[in-house]
Each structure stands twice: as C-alpha cells, then as structure tokens.
Ligand binder design. Structure first.
Ligand SMILES: Nc1ncnc2c1ncn2[C@@H]1O[C@H](COP(=O)(O)OP(=O)(O)OP(=O)(O)O)[C@@H](O)[C@H]1O
Ligand SMILES: [Mg+2]
Length: 235
C-alpha cells in the first residue's frame, strides 16, 4: 500500500476547477518530485493534500485511509507537514521560536521537540549560528532552510515541500535538494514541488503536471530517460 494516494482530485478556487482529476501515489520512503511550469497546479495539489483547500471531488488517502475533511492541523497530527511556497517564516520571531512553533503538535513531548531541533540543526548548521536572529533578517537562502526545518519539527511521515529552490543560487538550490535527499534517507517520505528539472537526479519518482492534469509519471531509471525531460521541457 502506498503512503500517499491522491485519487481523482478536482479542485478549484471558484466554479471552474484548476485540477481536472489528478491521481498518483507516493510509496513510503520515496522522494517524489512534482514538476510543472507556472500555473500547472502544483501548489493547488500540495495545498489540497495538506488540507488547506477542499476538493470538489476526489480523495487524499494516507496509508489507504481517506483524510476526508480533516483540518490542516489534524493532518499534521497524522504526519503530513507542508513547507509552503514563499517560505512564510514568522519574520518577527527568532529562528528558534519559528522552529518550536513547527513542533506545536508535539508540544506535550519536550523530548521529541528537543530531538527534532537537534536534527534540524544537524541538517542546517547555519541555523544554529542564527538561532537568536529574527527570521525576517535572514537571507533568502537561510529563510528557506528555516522553512524546511520548521516543517520537519512536527516529525512528519510525509513532507510536502513547495518550490524550495525558487530564488536560490544554483549552489544553494543543490544544497537544499541534497539535504532533502538526506531527510528521505533518514526515513521521511517527501513530495517535492519544483520547476527546475535539475532536481530530477534526486528523485525516485517524477510526476509531470501541465494545466491541471498529470502528463507523465516516471519511476526509478525511467526518470533519467531523455523523453521525460522532453515531455517536461516541451510542455
Ligand atoms: N487563490 C487563487 N484564486 C484563484 N485562482 C488561483 C488561486 N491560486 C491559484 N489559482 C489558479 O490556479 C492555477 C494553478 O495555480 P497553482 O498555484 O496551483 O500553480 P503552480 O503550478 O503552483 O504554479 P507556480 O509554479 O507558478 O507556483 C493557476 O491558473 C492560478 O491562477
Ligand atoms: Mg506554486
């Protein structure tokens, strides 16, 4: 059984859907990349999985059970955590305060919070140096690290990361993907939204989205097939 199954999602912001029946699965332990151009529907897809948008029809299943109309916070307790597009850190709180807020669902277990904090600091040593700095004064790259770190603080089973590489230098984007790969290797399943095909070498599964539908799915070695790049670049 897949950890995540998205079944026939139809989602819109008004009467007209922008997702026209999107279905895919992500296996436990995978790093899955959802690629597509501006407006393809990537953010709409992960926002629906996180419970921020209600589908007109279709379902999101975790471990084979529908999440139904569960709220975003209930989904966090079920192990689904979103690192949103545009970082959205709390600018007037420090790095440490931002991270601790990410562990709100774990607040009754200070030991878990401490462990997750240590883990995030292992992944992003830069954040240790900046622990007491206000998040709003961090560089763009540091804010992105903080956003990924904050999403990790709830100790999710499934991390949704929406365009972490946007606005980062190629080197920094690579660093974020490498850390994401490590997060996956340490046991967290990841669904990562990207526009940059440079992420493909890190993926176990790639989904290509265009105009609210899935155009192509590739698993394993098929990801490195030139046809996939053509399908994406030609989209
Ligand atoms: N709040 C909103 N109200 C109305 N339409 C929206 C809203 N958010 C997104 N849309 C529309 O839904 C479609 C899909 O948008 P979405 O943000 O999911 O795309 P995306 O693939 O994440 O694009 P990008 O790479 O630019 O972030 C677009 O046509 C967009 O204009
Ligand atoms: Mg988006």
């Amino acid at each position: 059984m897949s950890l995540l199954e998205v079944r026939d999602l139809v989602v819109g912001y008004g009467p007209h859907p922008v997702l026209h029946g999107v279905s895919f699965e992500v296996e436990e332990g995978e790093l899955c990349v959802l690629l597509g151009l501006n407006g393809a529907g990537k953010t709409t897809t992960v926002s629906t999985i996180a419970g921020l948008l209600r589908p007109q029809s279709g379902q999101v299943l975790l471990d084979g059970a529908s999440l139904g109309r569960r709220s975003p916070s209930a989904r966090v307790r079920h192990g689904v955590s979103l690192c949103p597009e545009g970082r959205r850190v709390f600018p007037r709180l420090t790095v440490r305060q931002n991270l601790r807020l990410g562990a709100w669902s774990r607040r009754r277990s200070p030991r878990t919070v401490r462990q997750q904090l240590d883990l995030v600091y292992d992944y992003f040593p830069r954040l240790v140096e900046r622990e007491d700095q206000l998040a709003g004064t961090l560089s763009g790259g540091e804010q992105q690290m903080l956003a990924v770190g904050r999403a990790l603080m709830s100790r999710p089973r499934l991390m949704l990361i929406d365009e972490a590489s946007l606005g980062l230098s190629p080197t920094l984007a690579r660093t974020v993907w490498e850390v994401t790969s490590q997060i996956k290797a340490d046991g967290t399943t990841v669904l990562m939204v990207e526009q940059n095909a440079g992420v493909l070498p890190f993926a176990d599964r790639a989904l290509i989205m265009e105009k609210g539908t899935l155009l192509h799915t590739a698993v394993g070695s098929a990801i490195h097939d030139v046809n996939l790049r053509e399908a994406y670049l030609g989209a």
